[in-house]
Design a protein around this ligand. Sequence first.
Ligand code: RIB
Length: 296
Amino acid sequence: ERPAVTVVGSINMDLTVSTGQMPNQGETVIGEEFATFPGGKGANQAVAAARLGANVNMVGAIGDDVFGESLQNKLEQENIHTTAIHKLKDIATGTATIILSEGDNRIIVAPGANARLTPEIIRQHERMIQQSDIILLQLEVPLDTVQAVITIAQQYEVPVILNPAPYQSLPDALLSGVDYLTPNEMEAKAMLEDPNSHVTKEQLIVTNGEKGVLAYKDGVEQVIPGFPVDVLDTTGAGDTFNGALATQLASGMPLEEAVYYANAAAALSIMKLGAQSGMPSAEEVNTFIEERSDRT
Ligand code: RIB
């Protein structure tokens, strides 16, 4: 049976421009191409999980506008259940303005409707959370909303993955309800140096691009290798990792193997432009892993 993954999080339209040269402060540069892509960490993670075979519910908020409608349609085309996506009045759908240069990115998110996903809305979806095999969260919706999801998940003993991005300080009460924390290297550093949050090592799964992932087993540090590939656009690589990790953990795969699989999925995703465009199917991940293990 397909694992049931519920993603609670942001839905954005990504407004992407590529440029050979990042503008400095006060400077205007002539860039290259502009394109819009479906994005938002929540929606991206939902798409990654769905392509890999999970049965995905998305809980989120959009505005009553063209971006919102197109984003919801895109999610439906990916076979994601959208009944818990709330279309809100008098607020714009979230956007992310993305500057791409030399395979790297800089992003400004205007949350719009994502900021109006409230704990009250979450409580309407208690049964959906209860019936999930795993819950996947990020930090592009309000923190009290994230907390409301965790509270319900804990009540029904549903495991929770929190991708702490973009990073903000997290209270201990919230952290203690999280089973897996998936910061990148910078977010992990911020977290470990934060005097107000106490992370348990066993919760931590730190991503670091092609260098791989750092995790702990019985207190012992482990590095699970990544896959070097040609980078076109790293936007959404972390989301692919999280969607893949959720799907594999929910289907009962041991942590180390699930991380290895998620690393492969993330590597495949950065070879195309746009957060979701390069997200692979389960078949593509399996083929890629086979090919790579043949080389060594
Ligand atoms: O993680 C990548 C995502 O972050 C983009 O799709 C953008 O929408 C921002 O939310």
